[in-house]
Design a protein around this ligand. Structure first.
Ligand SMILES: *Cc1c(COP(=O)(O)O)cnc(C)c1O
Length: 360
């Protein structure tokens, strides 16, 4: 079986070069005589892997010196609890912008811990746009504002960040992390589950402004305490060592391939091919407000269940897999992360054109 074009939203496609490098080092890493999986997390070899991953990430995103980089576990979803526990403790208040299911889940979880309000929402139009906000939309005594930077399920993204003044902005960038440059200095915290654009499931990368640490709720489970994780350089307990190693290989791959400016260029080129076709197709329709379209997750519909099933099935038979939309929204979704080659998108569009000709 040849490798397919995998349009899965996550766990998702990874660069072949990276997988091959990992395969070549699988049983014997460097001079260690063992696999990274078999290595102590306190060994010199692993320490080097962790430090290189951190310094490459810092370089890729130009992370300022007053931010810590953490490798955490529990998925992005564990941070939905950890964020209020760590940060909602001065006034016990936070505002959330609800742009999709992930934001909503984070919002509902945070409500357990304090006075949490939805400052804006795009639920009225099935999350097909990013609601515009001004500073006035936020209460002035809140501990933070929370957003989802890229909405994996609905295919929207923030192109202009909400103006929160001095209030820390916390953002879930799970599905677009490292797809383009991001000005970390505008955030109190940015985090991302690795399995969308960075590596295997099991690692969450968190970048946190140092002065926000150390103010956690007394009941915060120790594993969710960001200050403890920071003080221990993500080694409070055994971290997801192999996942960190893989993320490190992806960071190195990004650096070798021109960094995030170059990645953005490539991602825009890929997304435009797909959106241009969708905007002109007589069969397929894009679902997202033009100015808010994600570069990573592209949902589209035909509007006929039978035809959609047929499309997904025939696509699969032709090597374009995982195009089914999220179970809650139906239709189709092509996730075209960093590792999806231009050729994969070009061939998908060719296939869609052919399907359109045969079925209109
Ligand atoms: C996938 C995803 C999540 C959930 O990630 P888990 O690691 O499964 O908890 C949260 N937020 C966004 C934006 C996602 O894309």
């Amino acid at each position: 079986m040849e490798r397919v074009y995998n349009f899965s939203a996550g766990p998702a496609t990874l660069p072949l070069e990276v997988l091959e490098q990992a395969a070549s080092e699988m049983t014997n890493y460097g001079e260690s005589g063992m696999s990274v999986m078999e290595m102590s997390h306190r060994s010199k070899d692993f320490e080097d892997i962790l430090e290189k991953a951190k310094s490459d990430l810092k370089e890729l995103l130009n992370i300022p010196d007053n931010y810590v980089i953490l490798f955490l576990q529990g998925g992005a979803s564990a941070q939905f609890s950890a964020i209020p526990l760590n940060f909602m403790n001065k006034n016990n208040k936070a505002d959330y912008i609800i742009t999709g299911q992930w934001a909503k889940k984070a919002f509902e979880e945070a409500q357990k811990y304090g006075d949490v309000k939805a400052a804006a929402s795009s639920e009225d139009k099935t999350y097909s746009y990013i609601p515009k906000t001004t500073n006035e939309d936020f209460r002035d005594d809140i501990d933070y504002v929370y957003i989802t930077g890229n909405n994996t399920i609905y295919g929207t993204k923030y192109n202009e960040l909400p103006d929160t003044g001095d209030i820390p902005l916390i953002a879930d960038y799970s599905s677009s992390f490292l797809s383009e440059p991001l000005d970390i200095s505008k955030f109190g915290m940015v985090y991302a589950g690795a399995q969308k654009n960075v590596g295997p499931a099991g690692v969450v990368i968190a970048i946190i402004r140092e002065d926000l640490l150390g103010n956690e709720n007394k009941l915060t489970p120790i594993m969710m305490n960001y200050k403890v994780q920071a003080d221990n350089n993500s080694l409070y307990n055994t971290p997801p060592t192999y996942g960190i190693y893989m993320a490190g290989l992806v960071f190195d791959w990004l650096k070798r391939n021109g960094g995030l400016e170059k990645m953005k260029e490539k991602n825009i080129e890929k997304a435009n091919i797909l959106y241009d076709y969708l905007d002109n197709s007589k069969l397929f329709k894009p679902t997202v407000n033009k100015e808010d379209r994600s570069l990573m997750n592209v949902p589209f519909v035909i509007g006929d269940d039978e035809l959609e099933k047929k499309f997904i099935k025939e696509a699969q038979e032709n090597g374009f897999v995982n195009l089914k939309g999220h179970r809650t929204v139906g239709g189709m979704r092509a996730s075209i992360y960093n590792a999806m080659p231009l050729e994969g998108v070009q061939k998908l569009v060719q296939f869609m054109k052919k399907f359109e000709e045969e079925n209109v």
